[in-house]
Ligand binder design. Structure first.
Ligand code: 5GP
Length: 191
């Protein structure tokens, strides 16, 4: 998606060769017009697939997932991060390791909101090692729903997440693919 790529070039900050800061337009301050266009792009790619719900991981995925859900006319589910396991029959949980923080959390979903009748699209801001997306897939499968695919705003293609998901047969749709980063330097795959 040219618009997102241009915005990353203009306002994204490569902190080092691994971490990109996008807090002025995606995950701290949010650009709603950009989010709407992102929602339209995901809705177009994943249309006509019988998707029933759009799911994301709190909190950075919420803005793009909400716009995607709105464009598709579907409900959005927020998979919640809990610091520890909760023993409750009505909750599904799975442990995920955070790329940015190096810590673990329990990704949590209420059984009220996803069931075996659902075909779920997962949306997140970044795809790096694929831990967050893999955790979301595991959790949605615990609810016996099926996965339509994974849409991410920014894929760091030099990290293993894309390959991990594609090798398991998932439709992974990144809107911007970064091939290389160094301090203050960002290169895209399409460049
Ligand atoms: P993964 O689980 O694929 O390794 O990492 C994905 C998650 O880590 C995303 O949900 C995102 O919040 C965070 N993340 C990964 N890489 C970056 C990055 O370069 N910048 C920021 N801001 N977040 C990242």
């Amino acid at each position: 998606m040219k618009e997102l790529q241009e915005r990353i070039k203009k306002d994204g900050i490569a902190v080092n060769e691994d971490i990109l800061k996008v807090d002025s337009f995606i995950n701290h301050q949010v650009d709603p017009v950009l989010m709407q266009h992102i929602g339209e792009a995901f809705a177009e790619h994943f249309k006509d697939q019988g998707i029933t719900k759009v799911a994301t991981i709190e909190s950075s995925g919420i803005a793009p997932a909400l716009m995607t859900a709105m464009c598709m006319g579907l409900p959005m589910i927020i998979l919640k991060k809990q610091p520890s396991k909760i023993l409750n029959d009505n909750l599904f949980q799975t442990e995920v390791t955070s790329f940015t923080k190096g810590t673990s959390y329990e990704l949590t979903l209420s059984s009220k909101f996803v069931s075996e009748k659902d075909h779920v699209l997962i949306i997140d801001d970044f795809l790096a090692n694929g831990e967050a997306a893999t955790g979301a897939i595991r959790l949605i499968r615990k609810a016996h729903a099926t996965i339509a695919g994974v849409g991410v705003l920014i894929e760091k293609a030099f990290q293993p997440g894309h390959e991990k998901l594609v090798s398991q047969g998932f439709d992974v749709y990144p809107l911007a693919r970064i091939s290389h980063m160094a301090k203050d330097e960002i290169e895209f795959l399409e460049d």
